[in-house]
Design a protein around this ligand. Structure first.
Ligand code: PEP
Length: 250
């Protein structure tokens, strides 16, 4: 299934008690009567089911921010892909830099999670991105290739897969790459996907990192950008909706 453009996903991270989360979801639901693009929100696990219920009569897609690589078992504190589906999720973010760098997740672990998520029927938003040191050293493309190559299972098809290019140094910092750098890096990721996945041309590529209402139009006008993954600004319904509109969404 082809996702309508723009694709705008909001990663709420560890934010949202029940009342706040439902108010935010409700404010988005009011705006999202008939969506021309793809709008998705990724609340914390604790309110995922309630949020999914709140937006179920809209086209808003709801997803989890991570999943375990096993389906069930003695994995205290973990949430599996079938559990996400059971709670109403249609998608999951995997390999976010806050998990790769903050929690030491390896490409091999992300790959195992990706297999579990696809087996459960979830749309996977696979995050990759270079650190500032790697960008300054000019090795960002090698880094992105290593992450994609290591995180994508052998023989995987393009279905149910979205890649988010998120420079680590741009996440939550208010800094973004230049438009020229976004175009160049998205083109490089596009080539890598074509090389690594049969039919990889069909995989949407999102940009993520300090997307705000005032830079969203410029970022989403960049060649090769199919949409954006938004962190901080997705916690404000008006800001998130204006980002979606800046990409042409109605
Ligand atoms: C993110 O967490 O994926 C992200 C892009 O965050 P922010 O928009 O806050 O930089």
């Amino acid at each position: 299934m082809r996702l309508a453009r723009p694709i705008v996903f909001g990663n709420w991270k560890m934010n949202g008690l029940r009342a706040d989360g439902l108010a935010l979801a409700g404010a988005l639901a009011q705006r999202a009567v008939r969506l021309s693009g793809t709008l998705g929100i990724f609340p914390p696990f604790t309110i995922l089911h309630a949020v999914a219920q709140r937006v179920c009569e809209t086209g808003i897609l709801v997803g989890g921010q991570d999943c375990h690589e096993k389906s069930f078992g003695a994995y205290t504190g973990s949430i599996s892909a079938p559990m996400l589906v059971d709670a109403g999720a249609k998608a999951v973010i995997l390999g976010h830099s806050e998990r790769r760098h903050g929690l030491g997740e390896t490409d091999a672990l992300v790959r195992a999670k990706l297999l579990a998520a696809r087996a459960a029927g979830l749309l996977v938003v696979l995050c990759v991105g270079e650190t500032e040191e790697e960008r300054l050293a000019g090795v960002h493309e090698e880094r992105l290739w290593a992450q994609l190559d290591g995180s994508l299972p052998e023989g995987i098809g393009p279905e149910g897969l979205v890649v988010a290019y998120e420079p680590v140094w741009a996440i939550g910092t208010g800094r973004t790459p230049t438009s020229a750098d976004i175009v160049a890096t998205h083109a490089a990721v596009r080539r890598m996907l074509a090389r690594r996945v049969v039919g990889g041309d069909a995989i949407p590529i999102l940009y993520g990192g300090s997307v705000k209402p005032d830079n969203a139009a410029e970022i989403m006008a960049c060649a090769g950008v199919d949409g954006v993954l938004v962190g901080g600004a997705s916690l404000d319904a008006a800001a998130f909706w204006s980002i979606y509109q800046a990409g042409g969404g109605a």
